[in-house]
Write a protein that binds this ligand. Structure first.
Ligand code: KIV
Ligand code: ZN
Length: 513
């Protein structure tokens, strides 16, 4: 029987530490249920001591997840551990994940603690966590830059104090696969009690090696891999969940391990995370990118027509990437619309369905053929922004060669109409200036990106906007058949997120580790 490798998802914790990738309480609940339904073994729901909002989100996730273990992250101090215990205690399978830095550079400059003090903190923190729950994970932050002998002592103390999972993070994404694998082989071989715990890999992607390192860890005894959907995470991100899962599946000949992930849900969950965070998935992203199964050159197309395995090592269906279907037109009724949404994995409440159907009819009037991607963009937009307190009601723009370009915008702000006009250096600038005049703020535009959802000049435009204000970063995405309307909606959606971030307090964007 192949060994089981547990998939630990940290999209909501390390993933949320990507600047601009903040998630609302409702987003986290939706994502947690999707991850649970996909077969993830452990869901790290957040860092409860970071803010009351984080605490509440972890608690809420603990309440809805049925199968997976729900973990909260905690520093080594008693207050953090107690807050973490309180937030996960409603879970069917609660876990406290506590960590402390073990490398010389972190101990000296970040913690200002001696190695002996760190060893004592490990003993205290794991013992305290074990008094709350049976399932305790301990992580050696910056493990790959830790002196090996000291790392062995740390791991031994954590195991003796009752840790059930030992995580060896490559916190700064510095390791090579051969080095990272060797650390696992050594610890598993030499630390007393190592055979009683599960070793875990947690890799950052600073050198683009996060997935390779995670696989090397599994080859050397790790039986849990920590990863995030779309590779989200601090700086260059974490190992991408979809890549780890498919590497293990496709290369079962070389790696006799199994995960319990339903891989056909990978693309849907990737799109959900992209919609929630406002971070687009790059076209050539492995597994879930739009081009991951496209064959452009004549030679490749010819090979594919003769036999799909000439150029495909897995099929698009294996990862839930269907073929593009022409789906509906302007004569399609509510029933066909609802059943198509069901096929795409959406179950909407009656009011959401009515709203999405109205948007669909509006789009069908403007665009001849509606594809799966159009529906996904449209419904994701409705779900993501339907309840925002600031909404775009109307937009009129004068564009063209003779400036100044002008925009007249009508917003509803907490139910009140607000109208403003502005000029700008180009029509997008005019639209954003008009929004700024209607809802004054100090945020600056950190990213503006447009791409077409499907082919053709009548394709919907999907716009990503990132706003930055006093160290807080808010990102959002919106789609519309009119690029300027999509731009206005994306800007306003990011503004809504910024308002929510302000309400979470000054530390809302600060990272946990
Ligand atoms: O990268 C890291 O070291 C972490 C730990 C807190 C697990 O995210
Ligand atoms: Zn990390």
């Amino acid at each position: 029987m192949p060994d089981q490798v547990r998939i630990f998802d940290t999209t909501m914790r390390d993933g949320e530490q990507s600047p601009g990738a903040s998630m609302t309480h409702a987003d986290k609940l939706e994502l947690a249920q999707a991850l649970d339904g996909m077969g993830v073994d452990v869901i790290e729901a957040g860092f409860p001591a970071a803010s009351p909002g984080d605490f509440a989100a972890v608690k809420a996730v603990a309440g809805v997840v049925r199968e997976a273990i729900v973990a909260g992250l905690s520093r080594a101090g008693p207050k953090d551990i107690d807050a973490c215990a309180e937030s996960v205690k409603g879970a069917v399978r609660p876990r406290i994940h506590t960590f402390i830095s073990t490398s010389p550079i972190h101990m000296k400059h970040k913690l200002n603690k001696s190695p002996e003090e760190v060893l004592e903190a490990i003993h205290q923190s794991v013992t305290r966590a074990r008094n709350h729950v049976e399932d305790v994970e301990w992580s050696a932050e910056d493990a790959t830059r830790t002196e090996r002998d000291f790392l062995r002592r740390c791991v031994e103390i954590a195991i003796r104090a009752g840790a059930t999972t030992i995580n060896i993070p490559d916190t700064v994404g510095y390791s090579f696969p051969s080095e990272y694998g060797a650390i696992f082989a050594d610890l598993i071989e030499s630390v007393p009690g190592a055979d009683k715990v599960i070793f875990s890999a947690h890799c950052h992607n600073d050198l683009g090696l996060a997935v390779a390192n995670s696989i090397a860890a599994a080859m050397n005894g790790a039986r849990q891999i920590e990863c995030a959907v779309n590779g989200l995470g601090e700086r260059a991100g974490n190992a991408a969940l979809e890549e780890v899962v498919m590497a293990l599946r496709v290369r079962r000949d070389a790696l006799p391990f199994e995960t319990q992930i339903d891989s056909t849900k990978l693309t849907r969950v990737s799109q959900m995370v992209s919609r929630i965070t406002g971070f687009p998935v790059q076209y050539n992203k492995a597994i879930v990118g739009k081009n991951a199964f496209s064959h452009e050159s004549g030679i490749h197309q010819d090979g594919m027509l003769k036999h799909s395995q000439t150029y495909e090592i897995m099929s698009p269906e294996d990862v839930g990437q269907g073929q593009t279907h022409l789906v509906l037109g302007k004569l399609s009724g509510r029933h066909a619309f609802k059943s198509k949404l069901g096929e795409l994995g959406y179950t909407l409440a009656d009011n959401e369905l009515a709203d999405a159907f109205a948007r669909f009819k509006d789009l069908a009037d403007r665009k001849r053929a509606i594809y799966d991607e159009d529906l996904i963009a449209l419904v994701d937009d409705a779900i993501a922004h339907g309840h925002d307190s600031i909404q775009v009601a109307r937009l009129r723009v004068v564009a063209g060669t003779d400036g100044p370009q002008t925009a007249d915008i009508e917003l509803t702000v907490d139910g009140h109409d607000v109208k403003q006009s502005a000029t700008g250096n180009g029509s997008v600038d005019a639209v954003f200036n008009a929004i700024k005049a209607a809802v004054p703020h100090e945020a600056s535009l950190a990213l503006y990106q447009v791409h077409a959802v499907t082919e053709g000049t009548d394709a919907q435009a999907e716009v990503s906007v990132r706003l930055s204000e006093n160290g807080r970063v808010a990102a959002a995405r919106a789609a519309d058949a009119d690029t300027l309307v999509a731009s206005a909606k994306a800007y306003v959606a990011a503004l809504n997120r910024l308002v929510a971030l302000r309400a979470r307090g000054p530390d809302a964007q600060e990272s946990a580790a």
